[in-house]
Design a protein. Sequence first.
Length: 238
Amino acid sequence: MNIQNGVAGKIKRLWRYPVKSLLGESCRELSVNKRGVIGDRWFAIENNRGKFGSGKNTRRFCKIEGLFNFQAQYDGDILVVTFPDGRKIRGDNSLINQELSLALGQSVTLVSERHISHFDADSLHLLTTSSLRSLKSLLPQSTIDERRFRPNLLIDIPGEGLLEHDWIKKRLLIGKELEIEITGLTERCIMTCLQQEELTNDSRIIRSISKNFQHNFGVYAKIIKTGIIQLEDPVIIL
C-alpha cells in the first residue's frame, strides 16, 4: 500500500445507527467519545425475553424479521423512527412501543443502553472503498454498497484489497483529534444479504465473503483519544 506522509486515505462517508439493526443516517460530522460515536446504537428493540433485535441469534441478540424496514435518525437529541408505511414516531412518544409491537408482530420495547452493550464487538466499525472494489470484482452482478455492511466510517483508498485487515493493532489519527486502535476483523452474517431500501436480497454476498475472506470484511476499533470527525478528513497511520 502506497502511503504518502502517513496518509492512508480520507473519510468518504460517515454513518450513525441510532437503533441497533435498524437503518441509520448518513452524517457530515460525528462526535466520538470513549464509548464510540455519540448516539450510535444507543437504542435497541428488546423482546419479552430481554434480548435485543438483530439479524442473528446469540447470547445477547435475537433474530427479528423486518428490522431493515425501519429507519432511525435524530432530530436534535430526540430519536425518530420511520415505519415501513412512512409514519414517523418520536422515541419519546408514549405509543412507540405499542406501534413497534404491532408492526413487528410481537411484543417489543424500545430501550436505551444500560449494563449490556448494544455493540456486536468494539466501539467503531471501519470499511474501505478498496475492500468494496475487491468484493465487486468477485461479484460483478451484485450491488455492492457500504450500507449492506453498516460501517461508521467508509475510508476512501485507491486500488483493491482488504487493506484495513492489515491495520490490526495499529493506531490511526482521523482528522485533527480522533485517535483509534484497530482491534479486530468484522465477522459477517446474513444481514449483509438482506433487502434494505432499493438493495435487493443477495445471498451471493455472504457466500463470497465466507469463501474468499474467511467470513471477515472490515475492522473494529477502540477509542484512544476522543474527537470530532468530518467528511474528507485525512486518515493517517501512526
